[in-house]
Design a protein around this ligand. Structure first.
Ligand SMILES: C[S@@+](CC[C@H](N)C(=O)[O-])C[C@H]1O[C@@H](n2cnc3c(N)ncnc32)[C@H](O)[C@@H]1O
Length: 333
């Protein structure tokens, strides 16, 4: 019996014919129609949004604009443009992969947008999405005077998104893009070249700030791993495509942040600031460091869980390696 024998059954045959007609009728002729159709499919498939978009329509728009080589700046003005057969087929393939594989769209298109920059991404790096973008565009005002910023370090740089956006925002600053992952640094270097920022941004392999001992910065910025063990198990499938080392941070999600807090003061100039995203680990962090006067900026474009500390806040609370060791010793005596 031929393997597709069941297709000869009237029920299947009818289904196929109706299906083909329905597809023909629904085949989107324009950019706007394709966005509507993709958004409907994404909603129906209940995919998770959280990698640069937070809703079906925006994600559908990125998919269609990517295939049609359109600039998002054109917005709805491009919706009436016609799509050719190849573009429609490409949209269908990408949409099917997004739904079947549950891969973040950015890994299929190999592009992500951050603070006005377009970056290359693949599954060696997290898809950039930190709300820190908004603080960078505001040049970290009011916490620092942007005119005197000369040195910045991005701890756990991944694609280089934060480091590169900082380099663009602070034209006179040199930026160290640090990451423990060699594969992530390859992606970062590719983005440095793409954006022609090699004269001011260097990618360095470093366990937190270990590779830059003795260097002091005006701004230390980081979106480190901060997902706790229990939450890691509950993450939607899309996050499993991302490198676990970019997300997982021990039992309570604070492994990396604790190290940053201990190392930061020795790497900050006296009027420098530390800016770190901790997401929904915010409350755990405040319980763990009750003496630190964290400032939690509000964001216009969504997101939160980012703290700002001034160098002097770290002086007063003294969370340096030596102070923590001193306290531990006192505790043992
Ligand atoms: C949450 S991802 C952030 C990537 C990028 N900054 C962004 O916002 O898109 C965290 C990054 O920290 C890096 N990382 C993890 N452990 C590290 C460590 N001990 N030292 C330096 N970087 C580390 C990971 O490789 C990953 O690229």
């Amino acid at each position: 019996m031929p393997r597709n024998a069941s297709h000869r059954h009237p029920r299947y045959a009818t289904g196929r014919i109706i299906g083909a007609h329905a597809r023909e009728r629904a085949s989107p002729a324009t950019v706007g129609e394709a966005i509507e159709a993709c958004a409907r499919e994404l909603t129906r498939a209940r995919v998770h949004f959280g990698h640069g978009t937070d809703n079906a329509r925006d994600e559908a728009a990125e998919l269609v604009f990517f295939v049609a080589h359109l600039d998002h700046a054109r917005g709805a003005g491009a919706y009436a443009l016609p799509l050719n057969g190849r573009q429609r087929a490409r949209i269908a393939v990408l949409l099917a992969r997004r739904i079947r594989e549950r891969a973040p769209l950015a890994y299929l298109t190999h592009r992500a947008f951050f603070a006005g920059l377009q970056l290359y991404v693949d599954d060696r790096v997290l898809v950039p999405r930190s709300p820190i973008a908004e603080l960078i565009l505001a040049r970290f005002r009011p916490w620092i005077d942007p005119r005197r910023v000369r040195r910045i370090a991005d701890i756990g740089t991944g694609s280089g998104a934060i480091a590169l956006a900082c380099a663009r925002a602070f034209a006179r600053a040199r930026v160290d893009a640090l990451d423990i992952s060699g594969p992530a640094l390859s992606v970062c270097r590719r983005n440095i070249r793409r954006l022609a920022l090699g004269a001011r941004v260097r990618a360095l392999r470093s366990d937190h700030l270990d590779a830059v001992r003795g260097t002091r910065y005006d701004i230390l910025v980081s979106n480190p791993p901060y997902v706790g063990r229990a939450e890691m198990r509950r993450l939607p499938p899309e996050y499993r495509h991302e490198p676990a080392s970019g997300l997982a941070a021990g039992r309570d999600g604070l492994d990396s942040v604790r190290i940053i807090l201990r190392q930061a003061r020795a790497h900050l100039r006296d009027r420098g600031i530390l800016v770190v995203e901790v997401g929904n680990t915010e409350r755990t962090l405040q319980r763990a460091f009750p003496r630190l006067p964290f400032l939690w900026p509000m964001f216009e474009h969504g997101g939160g869980g980012v703290f700002v500390l001034r160098a002097q806040d770290l002086d007063e609370a003294d969370v340096s390696v030596s102070a923590v060791a001193r306290r531990a010793k006192r505790g043992r005596q």
